[in-house]
Design a protein around this ligand. Structure first.
Ligand code: PDD
Length: 294
């Protein structure tokens, strides 16, 4: 999908091709960096407070001073949206621990961060949301701090490669017999007896901002969500499965490995969650997602 031509790097808006970062940056050498991905719909930031709050937690956990207060971050995002005329898509934000003159594991006492943001034009209420995707299971081989959003993404990159090789779009990662989350999304199942389940928060998974938003919308309507682990067998037995993330919002999963989920089509609970979320972000559902009304 087309990346916006204007990016933000260390205090300046600049043409993407002129934005350069040193190879000695700690983000490059050690993956010592936090990131966030915020959805933009109708030119507006979605769930932005949640993303900023999680960014603050990640930065604190990896000893990087937060370079901006919420007003500062909002200003950079808003300018990036308008300079790139972004109406639907994502803003990617990365804050690394900065560049120094040596490859020193510990680094200086106080880091001077590198700050980089770009705009990404892409439909978020899209074909995947309408038709669903296939997922495979993989062992979760990630580190122990999955609750913070760092750029240590090698295992997820490899998971996407394995999924692609298997003709799937994502992977559900499994640890100690339970599904943790998908390669870049939280996972949800709807059981035979209509219980809506998503894994409870802990250091095993990312506290997804979209996940939190969906739980709130469902609870408002008296639809309780059970936050607890579930197994691959629970997933095979589920009537419906979907994932939540800023990047794909609500994505139905219609096939797991070689087995259809339910009748192999996005189900009514998934459609209801899509409707609730799309309405909450200000979408005109009848136009943008008529299939979610069926
Ligand atoms: N990923 N779990 C993982 C491992 C993720 O990478 C993501 C998001 C989520 C969902 O979080 P949220 O609802 O806050 O987007 C859960 C982003 C979109 C990415 O890496 O591109």
């Amino acid at each position: 999908m087309p990346m916006g031509e204007t990016v933000y790097l260390n205090g300046a808006f600049t043409p993407r091709k002129e934005a350069l970062i040193s190879p000695l940056d700690r983000g490059f050498l050690f993956s010592h960096a936090a990131y966030e991905v915020t959805a933009i719909y109708g030119g507006k930031l979605i769930d932005f407070d949640g993303h900023l709050s999680r960014l603050g937690n990640t930065l604190e956990a990896i000893s990087i001073p937060n370079p901006h207060d919420p007003a500062g971050w909002t200003d950079i995002h808003t300018q990036l949206i308008s300079r790139n005329q972004l109406s639907e898509g994502l803003i990617y934000l990365e804050v690394s621990a900065g560049t120094y003159d040596s490859r020193d594991f510990a680094g200086p006492e106080i880091f001077t961060p590198t700050i980089f943001l770009f705009a990404d034009h892409r439909p978020l209420i899209n074909d995947v949301a309408e038709h669903g995707i296939k997922a495979i299971f993989l062992n979760d081989i990630r580190w122990r701090r999955r609750d913070i959003k760092t750029t240590q993404l090698l295992s997820q990159a490899l998971a996407y490669r394995s999924a692609r090789e298997a003709g799937a779009k994502t992977a559900f990662m499994v640890e100690d017999g339970y599904v943790t989350e998908a390669a870049s999304a939280n996972t949800w199942i709807v059981t035979e007896d209509d219980r809506i389940i998503t894994r409870n928060l802990s250091s095993d998974i990312l506290p997804g901002i979209t996940r939190g938003h969906v739980i709130a919308r469902l609870r408002e309507r008296g639809l309780p969500v059970e936050e607890r682990p579930f197994t691959p067998d629970d997933a095979y037995a589920a009537k419906e499965i979907f994932t939540t993330s800023a990047g794909a919002m609500i994505a139905p999963v219609i096939q797991l490995e070689d087995r259809p989920v339910g009748d192999g089509k996005p189900g009514p609970v998934t459609r209801q969650v899509q409707r609730l979320y799309y309405e909450a972000i200000g979408a005109d559902v009848a136009t943008a997602a008529p299939w979610a009304l069926a």
